[in-house]
Design a binder for this molecule. Structure first.
Ligand code: PEP
Ligand code: MG
Length: 582
């Protein structure tokens, strides 16, 4: 009997290989009381282990054979920063001294306290930063014990199976090109390990709960990084099926490259610009490779939360400049910080309803210095690079927020000499309130971008992170389709509408966007070729008729059927392409 497990698809691709189980056990530590005259020695022992850990990472960084990319170096630097930071080391030294306990136990105690603090923080970014502390602590503990790092032999066709995998281990083990898949019990989309896996193009699935205790070493496993599915112990007929699927994926990958060169043009020559959403600036390269015509949304939260402190003006300047590296794009869209609420960075001010709290533009307008620093960095890049940047304001719910933001943008801009056609300002339409005000909003800004992820959440009053609401949180819900229709009805003619939520990469939703007259779709880069190929088989008139019909339907299943029926009829190879819809 075959076994199958589903987790979060982190990095696309399909691979088959032999399991190498690593990182199964956390180091067990003992508690030991120390005498007053042993404190200095114990603190020295701890500091030597920290120093040793720092040296190990620095050596990795400096090794010329490793050829790390910028994001890899940044992650290594982040780990060095934790080691240098007083937050961890200072607290451990304090605990050794005050409690008179051994370094291993003190380190453990500090981490336990940190995880209690983090337990209240729902933000995924922050949870994953806590994971970084754990990886570092594990490294220090090993060095306190004088244990050498285990070096495994990584044979070709290896699938790494781990309870958890640190970003440093991911870099170390994947370096020789023999790892063709990663599956882990823990971890999520924005973890540093996920970023590394994506940048190396290794099919990866995380949050598989207990995969590391279910798989035997050497087990042949199939990793479907498109669907987030792992299979093993397959019988002959399943094996044949999986091999056929792999062949299909391989030819699909080849076609992807061809599709990526297409323009986003309907059968009747309506043009839709197809762009990428990115989370770290160095993703521009992959975006361009997959055929993005620009960056439709750079989410800046990761830049702000990946370090202990918010980035300075210069750090942001360097990061935003990276977006124009190698002249891949002439225009990018930077979304201003969408932090706060469910993305709390300062857990001293907890809110009862974070999703309805001080997030996005609300946070920026209360923390004007942070907002201005970000704007300064953006203007500095426009001035020095002479490239076009679109500023995108998240979570707008009233006109006053737009007026205030535009006033501040204007004020900061006066310090720079910028050609007016190099700057435009838009807002994310992601609250029902913004939909109702969309006519007035559109007159105040240069473009609007519909954030369907939040728009669905707020329209249906259903938490987008709550898995039990999966049936409700559907972008085929009649209320969602009617919201979109309201936007296209109310905006003045010629308003530039973009769609930047996950709905943009669902082929079935294309008729809605084509009928609405959207000018741009922005999505994860690996969906771009698929969407480009689908647009070519559709025409405006077909879409308008279907959408008219959908507006009279009252259930999300009916709407899904109606839309997919149209695409199935019009699109060559619809069924096979839907296999790759992530
Ligand atoms: C959205 O809400 O649709 C969106 C694009 O932004 P995010 O997913 O980052 O909230
Ligand atoms: Mg949003």
């Amino acid at each position: 009997m075959s076994i199958e497990k589903n987790g979060i698809a982190i990095s696309p691709g399909f691979s088959v290989g032999n399991a190498l189980l690593i990182n199964q056990a956390k180091t067990v530590v003992e508690k030991r009381k120390i005498k007053t005259n042993e404190i200095v020695m114990e603190v020295n022992r701890f500091q030597a282990a920290v120093e040793e850990s720092k040296n190990e990472i620095s050596k990795m960084k400096q090794n010329k054979n490793n050829e790390y990319k910028i994001e890899h170096i940044e992650i290594l630097d982040f780990n060095i920063l934790i080691l240098e930071d007083e937050i961890l080391a200072g607290e451990v030294v304090d605990t050794i001294t005050k409690k008179q306990i051994n370094a291993e136990w003190a380190l453990n105690k500090v981490l336990t306290n940190k995880s209690k603090e983090f337990a209240f923080v729902k933000d995924l970014y922050m949870q994953e930063r806590l994971a970084d502390f754990y990886y570092i602590a594990e490294r220090i503990t090993k060095n306190l014990r004088g244990l050498n790092e285990n070096l495994f032999e990584i044979k070709s066709n290896t699938i790494l199976v781990a309870h958890d995998l640190s970003p440093i281990d991911a870099l170390k083990y994947c370096r020789n090109g023999n790892v063709n898949g990663i599956v882990t019990d823990l971890g999520g989309t924005t973890s540093h390990t996920a970023i590394i896996a994506r940048s190396l193009g290794i099919p990866t699935i995380m949050s598989l709960l207990n995969i590391s205790t279910s798989i035997e070493p050497g087990q042949r496993i199939y990793v479907d990084g498109y669907k987030g599915r792992v299979k093993w112990k397959v019988n002959k007929s399943e094996k044949d099926e999986l091999n056929t699927l792999q062949t299909k994926y391989t030819s699909f990958q080849k076609n992807l490259f061809e599709f990526s060169k297409l323009s986003g043009e309907t059968k009747d020559k309506k043009i839709i610009s197809i762009k990428a959403n990115i989370e770290i600036s160095s993703e521009v390269k992959m975006a361009q490779k997959y055929g993005a015509e620009g960056i439709g949304m750079y989410r800046t939260e990761f830049l702000f939360t990946s370090k202990e402190q918010f980035p300075s003006l210069d750090e942001q300047y360097e990061d935003y400049k990276e977006l124009f590296k190698e002249n891949l794009f002439n225009e990018v869209t930077i979304r201003t910080l969408d932090i706060g609420g469910d993305k709390i960075q300062d857990y001293s001010h907890l809110e009862n309803n974070p999703a309805l709290g001080l997030r996005g533009i609300r946070y920026s307008l209360v923390n004007i210095d942070i907002f201005k620093t970000q704007l300064n960095a953006i203007f500095k890049v426009i001035e020095s690079e002479k490239k076009k940047i679109r500023i995108l304001l998240p979570m707008i719910s009233n006109i006053d927020e737009i007026d205030k933001s535009l006033f501040i943008i204007d004020e900061v801009r006066k310090n720079y000499s910028i050609d007016s056609n190099l700057l435009s300002v838009g807002v994310v339409i992601e609250t029902p309130s913004a939909v109702l005000l969309v006519e007035e909003i559109s007159k105040k800004v240069n473009f609007i971008s519909v954030g369907t992820n939040d728009l669905i959440q707020y329209t249906l009053a259903a938490d987008r992170t709550n898995e039990t609401l999966e049936n409700i949180i559907s972008h085929y819900q009649p209320s969602v389709v009617r919201m979109l229709n309201l936007i296209s009805d109310k905006v003045p003619a010629n308003t530039y509408i973009s769609i930047c939520g996950e709905m943009a990469n669902d082929i079935n939703c294309l008729p809605l966007f084509i009928a609405m007259g959207v000018r741009e779709l922005s999505m994860n880069y690996y969906s771009i070729p698929r969407i480009k190929s689908a647009i070519h088989d559709l025409s405006f008139n077909d879409c308008v008729d279907t959408v008219k019909h959908c507006l009279n339907l009252t259930s999300h299943e009916e709407i899904k059927n109606e839309l997919s029926q149209l695409i199935r009829n019009k699109m060559k190879g619809y069924d096979s392409i839907m296999d790759y819809q992530v």
